[in-house]
Design a protein around this ligand. Structure first.
Ligand code: KG4
Ligand code: ZN
Length: 311
């Protein structure tokens, strides 16, 4: 069964073809970093307009890279939310049009559950129930997944998502947008113990909070350097100290979840799952608990069409 997945919920126009929910035949991603970079964040209207331009070529490339034509598909899947409304509408209406014209069935899928489904590509039916952390620019969600279509939300952020905190801290450090990857790189050269930062809600359940941590970084930057740019070594130490705080909190929650529930596997997914510090910590933690870790490749962790097709 060949399924084409279409994703336009934020600032990536993406399409992918997946065979039998198991094998990715193509995953084409047109990112809009260049468009939104100067504004320091995604501008929704610009994102929608770029999706309009990019969506058809991206879909056509996904089909040709998979070596198939529209008529070979069993069905279409499209990200139906959560996301930017105007951006979602582009993918949804395009998918409806293609479905209507071709007669192919269309399934709307939840974007966040699809992030976790990037991990399903490596699982067998017998591996369920599994747990997942979907940690992205918009969400920090812990899921209990009884079967591939049965998701229960166990915990989430009460304010900023972890990725949003990465992006905002990067912005206030003058590192540009999107900042998660830059902080990750800088952190590799910094001392995580140099600056003392809070670990919000680390001892409480599976809900998280990251807005106070972001404010703590802002106050530290203002107190130390005022309006001057911080020197490079200080920036690396600050990035490492901030990243360590986020990773400590997420690792503590994951550990709590794995102690409480017996799972066949743990999936770490979403854009922030690309973070090297988080990956290393979760690898060590799941090994200690004897739990199988499913860590999709970075290209399937950030927004993509293959995860939509997989779900
Ligand atoms: O899942 P995603 O591509 O889009 C959303 O649905 O939000 O996630 C994007 C988020 C951004 O906040 C970005 O800064 C963050 O993932 N991100 C990272 C890294 N790569 C991307 N955060 C930390 N370390 C990274 N290496
Ligand atoms: Zn996403």
């Amino acid at each position: 069964m060949l399924v084409l997945g279409i994703e336009t919920s934020c600032d990536e126009t993406a399409a992918g073809v997946v065979l039998d929910g198991r094998r990715v035949l193509s995953s084409v991603i047109h990112t809009q970093f260049d468009l939104h970079g100067p504004y320091g964040g995604v501008v929704p209207e610009l994102a929608s307009r770029r999706h309009v331009e990019a969506a058809l070529p991206v879909i056509q490339t996904a089909l040709s890279q998979a070596g198939i034509e529209l008529k070979d598909l069993a069905g279409l899947a499209v990200s139906q939310g959560p996301g930017l409304v105007g951006a979602l509408l582009v993918g949804l209406n395009l998918a409806k049009g293609v479905s209507f014209a071709s007669g192919l069935p269309l399934a709307g899928v939840n974007h966040l559950e699809a992030h976790a489904a990037a991990g399903f590509l490596e699982l067998e039916t017998g591996d369920f129930p599994v747990a997942a952390l979907v940690v992205s620019g918009g969400h920090t969600n812990f899921y209990w997944i009884k079967s591939p279509l049965s998701f229960e939300l166990l915990g989430r952020t009460r304010d900023d998502a972890a990725g949003e905190a990465f992006d905002k801290v990067a912005k206030l450090m003058g590192l540009g947008y999107p900042g998660g990857r830059v902080i990750d790189e800088l952190a590799g050269r910094g001392n995580p113990d140099r600056f003392e930062l809070p670990r919000p809600m680390i001892g409480q359940g599976l809900d998280c909070s990251f807005s106070g941590l972001k404010t703590a970084v802002l106050q530290l930057v203002r107190a130390r350097w005022g309006l001057e740019p911080a020197p490079e070594t200080d920036l690396a130490d600050l990035a490492a100290s901030f990243q360590a705080a986020v990773v400590d909190v997420l690792a503590a929650k994951i550990d709590r979840l794995l102690v409480r529930r017996r799972v066949g596997a743990f999936i770490l997914a979403g854009g922030v799952a690309a973070n090297r510090g988080l990956r290393a910590r979760v690898q060590a933690l799941t090994k200690k608990r004897g739990v199988r870790l499913v860590l999709p490749p970075v290209t399937l962790c950030t927004d993509n069409g293959a995860m939509i097709a997989a779900l």
